[in-house]
Design a protein around this ligand. Structure first.
Ligand code: HEM
Length: 389
């Protein structure tokens, strides 16, 4: 009797459900792979959109581009949760497979299991912190963005290894009927209560339900947010608020009579009150706010076109801007606005939303609104705009 067989674990052969089959694992895996692929590509787009210095400028057209890619990112990640749970339930018996006796095979299997362990752990962590972030539950000290980005490469790398190793089996089982028993484990003989097709249908329904429930909670798919009962965010003028003025510690400075918005280019600098800003030529555009956490909403914003302000201080076209907020010591305190956004005629120093003065929580006295830009970079409570050399 081997040492392993004496440990108090079940054996692979003791799992008898026919549902736990390679035919089901590959079909659920296929959709899981598609979700991870979509989340990876859209995640890279989001990462690039947030770089301070972009070798190729992020486009300002279409205005809803980031809204769609980041919405897809969160939708794909949410759908992946039930898919991953079902997938792990289906392949769970493999965890208890007896190791091969021959050394060569043992090493090969050990390496494969190692990559699977990395894949499973990284996938669970990646989806877990992603969902917690969407729910605004920041229960960690590490940088979410850097960890989420790095884990994405680990997951995709391990996933490619997994697919390559299983490819012959994947092709075999996806090429046949889902009920085909040719690739089943010998012990998988007990018919499940719902059948393989029933399990797959239930899994697709669970994935769609997770997306609908997630969107209803956070507003990822516009319209579904009307169903929201447990939304983690408050709303002003129909648009969610991630950080309120009180949370950002700017209530006093943003409402102070001494507030000025400073625009600086070289030695030229002007300091404008909100009344001064309102006296300049105004424009109105319907533009979305699209949060990195997935929600998005259209607003009718009015204010001074940023280009008008830049002309005011004689700044040439083609210059990046450094935009500082009244809020201090956060990732959003200072951001860089690339030149193509600064020069786009739709980019506003917004003063009104839906014809009303901006709510304090939306960035009163003045905030940035640019097309196709991640919400966290649409700086609120603007204190200074500086033209970079
Ligand atoms: C994040 C994504 C995925 C995770 C976490 C995952 C996890 C796992 C695990 C833990 C196993 C058992 C490993 C073993 O045989 O020792 C497995 C097996 C398998 N996976 Fe995946 N997988 C993923 C994606 C995929 C994809 C994209 C496909 C194919 C389209 C796929 C197809 C399979 C197949 C065919 C098996 C063998 C099942 C069997 O022999 O009964 N997996 N997967």
């Amino acid at each position: 009797m081997s040492l392993l067989s004496r440990l108090p674990f079940p054996r692979e052969g003791s799992f008898s459900s026919r549902l736990r089959s390679a035919a089901v694992a590959a079909r659920v895996g296929l959709w899981l792979g598609i979700c991870f692929g979509v989340a990876f590509v859209t995640g890279l787009i989001s990462h690039y959109a947030q770089l301070d210095h972009q070798p190729v400028p992020f486009p300002t057209h279409p205005a809803w581009g980031y809204r769609v890619t980041q919405g897809l990112h969160v939708v794909a990640g949410t759908a992946a949760v039930p898919l991953l749970l079902v997938k792990l339930w289906v392949v769970y018996p493999k965890l208890f497979a007896a190791p091969p006796r021959r050394l060569g095979e043992l090493v090969r299997t050990g390496l494969e299991r190692g990559s699977i362990a990395v894949l499973v752990a990284a996938s669970i962590l990646e989806l877990g912190i992603g969902l917690m972030n969407v729910a605004q539950w920041y229960a960690w000290d590490f940088s979410f963005r850097r960890t989420h980005d790095a884990l994405a490469f680990v997951v995709i790398g391990a996933l490619l290894v997994h697919i390559a190793v299983k490819l012959p089996l994947i092709r075999q089982v996806l090429g046949g009927d889902v009920e085909d028993a040719a690739a089943d484990r010998p012990s998988a003989v007990r018919p499940g209560a719902i059948g393989r097709r029933g399990l797959l249908r239930g899994t697709w329904v669970a994935a769609v339900a997770a997306v609908v429930a997630g969107s209803a909670t956070t507003g990822t798919i516009p319209g579904l947010d009307r169903l929201a009962v447990l939304s983690p965010r408050s709303r002003r003028a129909g648009i969610p608020v991630n950080r309120t003025a009180a949370q950002a510690g700017v209530v006093a400075t943003a409402t102070s009579a001494s507030y000025r918005c400073e625009i600086g280019y070289g030695d030229t600098s002007v300091r404008l009150t909100r009344a001064d800003l309102l006296a300049l030529p105004q424009a109105t555009h319907v533009l979305p706010i699209a949060c990195v956490e997935g929600w998005s909403a259209n607003g009718t914003w009015s204010g001074v076109p940023l280009r008008t302000l830049l002309d005011h201080v004689g700044a040439p076209r083609g210059r990046d801007l450094r935009i500082s907020s009244l809020q201090q010591h956060t990732a959003e305190s200072v951001t860089v606005l690339p030149a193509d956004f600064a020069d786009d005629e739709r980019t506003l120093l917004a003063l009104l939303l839906d014809g009303e003065p901006l709510a304090l929580d939306h960035g009163y006295p003045a905030r940035l609104i640019a097309p196709d830009r991640p919400g966290s970079l649409q700086t609120k409570w603007i204190a200074r705009i500086e033209v970079l050399g």
